[in-house]
Design a protein around this ligand. Structure first.
Ligand code: SAM
Length: 278
């Protein structure tokens, strides 16, 4: 059964402070029906979707989880459009090599690249034998990523989704996200990370980095929309019951936007314990 719609109904219902009974009353169904949708035991009838979307103040696309709430999600669209080549280049991030060390593709491994941008990391993983799925919110980024994958003669399953309302309903061995977790506002972090953790195989790996706030670092992106820097160390707190082969915090110089500034970033590699280790 597809849990995605149920998850989205739950998140949006909570966001609008509605109980299951209140939502049920607004759309003329029983509260048991709402409960079954949210637990993934049944799906709403197609004819109920417009009523649900109306009651939850969203459109049907975002109920279904495929991105495209008509709001502007990121300010990257313009950069990807106006850069002739690849805004982030085609060289993979250093994290990709760490992932290869920790979880080598010596057997088929399903890897998810969250907010994959123009695909430099996703294509690297596919070239190296991983089964890669990758999504981003920006269509032009995905077009470029698909072009790159075709040129590299690799197969990546790319799709468009907004990580704020997309939830996993199948498992991955590796979940990777570089440079994008700061788009998740604080109130959604726990629930989103729990969804990723639940849909990770035992022995599977999470490899994430995240921009964090430091009182002594001021930089231009602090003022930008959609970004919510994390508290230093916050990411690690969600992984108390995972094995941590490596984690750390670094401060580095950046020249994006033409103004020299610094960032602080936390990086985490965490392995989900197997049944025997629990
Ligand atoms: C700094 S870029 C990193 C891209 C890629 N991970 C890389 O390392 O090259 C951040 C990416 O996050 C994507 N993004 C921002 N908010 C998002 C959201 N809510 N859902 C999905 N992708 C999002 C942007 O479109 C952009 O491609």
């Amino acid at each position: 059964m597809n849990h995605l719609i149920g998850n989205n109904i739950y998140i949006l219902r909570k966001k609008h402070g509605l109980t299951q009974e209140q939502l049920a009353e607004q759309i003329n169904v029983s509260f048991q029906a709402v409960s079954k949708w949210e637990t993934g035991n049944s799906l709403p009838d197609i004819s109920t979707l417009p009523l649900l979307a109306n009651a939850l103040h969203c459109n049907i696309d975002s109920l279904l989880g495929y991105a495209a709430e008509q709001r502007k999600i990121t300010d990257y669209e313009e950069r990807y459009k106006t850069t002739e080549g690849y805004y982030w280049g085609l060289q993979p991030s250093g994290m990709c090599y760490e992932i290869m060390k920790l979880c080598p593709p010596t057997k088929p491994r399903r890897l998810l690249d969250i907010a994959c941008g123009e695909g430099k990391n996703a294509v690297f993983f596919a070239r190296n034998g991983y089964h890669v799925t990758a999504f981003d919110a920006v269509p032009i980024a995905l077009e470029k990523a698909k072009r790159f994958a075709d040129q590299a003669k690799t197969e990546v399953h790319f799709f468009q989704a907004d990580m704020l309302d997309f939830r996993l309903d199948n498992e991955f061995d590796i979940i990777f996200c570089s440079g994008a977790l700061h788009y998740i506002p604080p109130h959604l972090r726990k629930e989103i990370l729990e969804n990723y953790q639940k849909h990770t195989t035992c022995g599977g790996l999470h490899a994430f980095n995240v921009f964090v706030r430091k009182p002594f670092i001021k930089n231009p992106s602090d003022q930008k929309k959609f970004r919510y820097k994390w508290i230093s160390g916050e990411l690690f707190t969600y992984y108390a019951d995972w094995l941590i082969p490596s984690c750390g915090e670094t401060i580095f110089d950046c020249r994006s936007g033409g103004i020299p500034h610094q960032h602080c970033m936390d990086t985490l590699y965490a392995v989900k314990k197997s049944e025997l280790q629990l």
